[in-house]
Design a binder for this molecule. Structure first.
Ligand code: SF4
Ligand code: SF4
Length: 435
């Protein structure tokens, strides 16, 4: 017998207690310091409770269980819904201070009805029989020209004809003008970004030319909710606007947004993806951002009404009373996520879409695939990445983001380590100490 390879043990933040989480045995407990030491420095003495809970195991049994759960994971993913991003333009009416797409664009090419037709033909063939939906992404997909509006309307009507839902990721500036068009489609949600309340948002997310955008976006959100269309409000966070989180939470509560079942939120970390951000020092590491959010939550508990952070699997464990399935792969790119653009190119996901050298093929004017590169993406999981195989965190981490790994190490089959242990320290502290 030995301590399980998948025990994640650490101290709960702001507590004398420790926690243990084991995604393979699907058990989690709050334990004492002595118990944590007993498991971390396992000396062969058998604690029957720990054996029962899969914290102490027969290594051969554990290896069998690991393989069995892996097969179940692959099978389940084969029936998961696929998210198909479509980029109708890389152009944008905003000049956000941190935009990573500002070097993109193929100005000699334009969206066409022929290309839209080819997109639907392609997805219906390649993903035949799979549950799927489209997410329209940019650049800014809701630009205000009559020609562009017609294209978006056509896309929505074609999605209707194919019984596909559509989500929209927009800066929200022209949302109000687009409502009559959106009402013609099967809109699953509209994702809009506010980076804080008026002054701070306007200093980061302004129109090209510098004009403020906050008021108009807020009107767009009001109008979208009033028309029974779901809104997913995203706040992109770095060190310059983190203090806006309690203020934006207040704003959303006072607006009545947080009491709508059509309203949800997400926090995005502003991070270096493709080219260097001019002011790297304002960027957070993932764990530093969540450490600050943990402190803000203690100081301003109303934030919880606006957003409940996942802190790895802590929120799930708290809300469901059980653990999520083991995560053998956290990167959906080429598995349950693909991205397509108006130039006819195919990419793995939103992190790579539009980036020269990241193309996986074309769907227009002809269909072509770089099968070798696609295969490399498809095979990426914690078993294919050498460094993940011995990692105790693997079934909570899933190997991280292939694009970040490639940017860092030059290949997708490399790790993008997530600070799982530290996130659990915070998350178990936040969700379980408070109760
Ligand atoms: S490469 Fe990164 S951004 Fe793209 S699907 Fe994978 S995890 Fe998501
Ligand atoms: S990416 Fe890093 S933390 Fe995640 S499973 Fe692999 S080695 Fe572990």
């Amino acid at each position: 017998m030995q301590a399980s390879k998948y025990n994640i043990i650490s101290k709960v933040k702001d507590s004398e207690n420790y926690f243990i989480v084991n995604l393979l045995s699907q058990e989690a407990d709050i334990i004492t310091k002595e118990e944590s030491e007993e498991l971390l420095k396992f000396n062969g003495s058998i604690n029957k409770d720990f054996v029962k809970r899969g914290y102490i195991v027969d290594p051969e049994d554990e290896s069998r269980a690991f393989k069995q759960r892996y097969l179940e994971f692959i099978d389940a993913r084969d029936t998961d819904e696929i998210q198909l991003f479509f980029v109708p333009t890389y152009a944008c009416n905003f000049a956000c201070s941190y935009c990573y797409q500002d070097e993109y664009g193929a100005k000699h090419k334009k969206l066409s009805y022929e290309l839209l037709e080819a997109f639907f033909t392609y997805i219906n063939q390649r993903f035949a029989g799979r549950k799927k939906y489209i997410t329209v992404f940019g650049g800014e997909p809701l630009l205000n020209s009559p020609e562009h509006k017609k294209y978006i309307e056509t896309l929505l009507l074609k999605a209707n004809a194919n019984e596909l839902d559509v989500a929209i990721v927009t800066n929200g500036y022209h949302l109000k003008e687009y409502i009559p068009i959106l009402k013609k489609g099967r809109i699953r949600e509209v994702q809009v970004t506010l980076d804080g309340t008026a002054r701070v948002h306007n200093s980061r997310r302004m129109l090209r030319g510098g004009k403020s955008t906050f008021e108009q976006i807020v009107e767009g959100i009001d109008e979208t909710l009033a028309n029974n269309i779901a809104v997913n409000l995203r706040m992109v966070i770095d060190k310059e606007n983190i203090d806006e989180l309690p203020k934006l939470a207040n704003f959303a509560i006072e607006k009545g947004w947080t009491s709508s079942s059509l309203f949800k939120t997400q926090l995005g970390r502003n991070y270096e993806l493709h080219h260097c951000q001019s002011e790297g020092s304002r960027l957070y590491s993932r764990i530093d951002m969540y450490k600050d959010i943990y402190e803000l939550l203690k100081e301003h508990p109303h934030i919880k009404q606006f957003h409940k952070p996942a802190f790895s699997i802590s929120k799930f464990l708290f809300e469901e009373g059980s653990l999520p399935d083991p995560l053998y792969d956290s990167c959906p790119g080429t598995k349950t996520e693909w991205a397509f653009d108006y130039t006819g190119r195919i990419f793995a996901c939103t992190a790579t879409v539009g980036k020269a050298g990241e193309e996986l093929g074309t769907f227009f004017p002809e269909v072509s695939h770089h099968e070798d590169i696609i295969l490399e993406w498809e095979e990426r999981d914690v078993l294919s990445i050498d460094k993940c195989r011995g990692c105790a965190l693997q079934l909570a981490c899933g190997g991280g983001c292939a694009s970040v790994a490639k940017n860092k190490y030059g290949a997708v089959n490399e790790p993008d380590c997530r600070p799982i242990r530290e996130l659990l320290e915070l998350g178990i502290g936040h969700y379980f100490n408070a109760t």
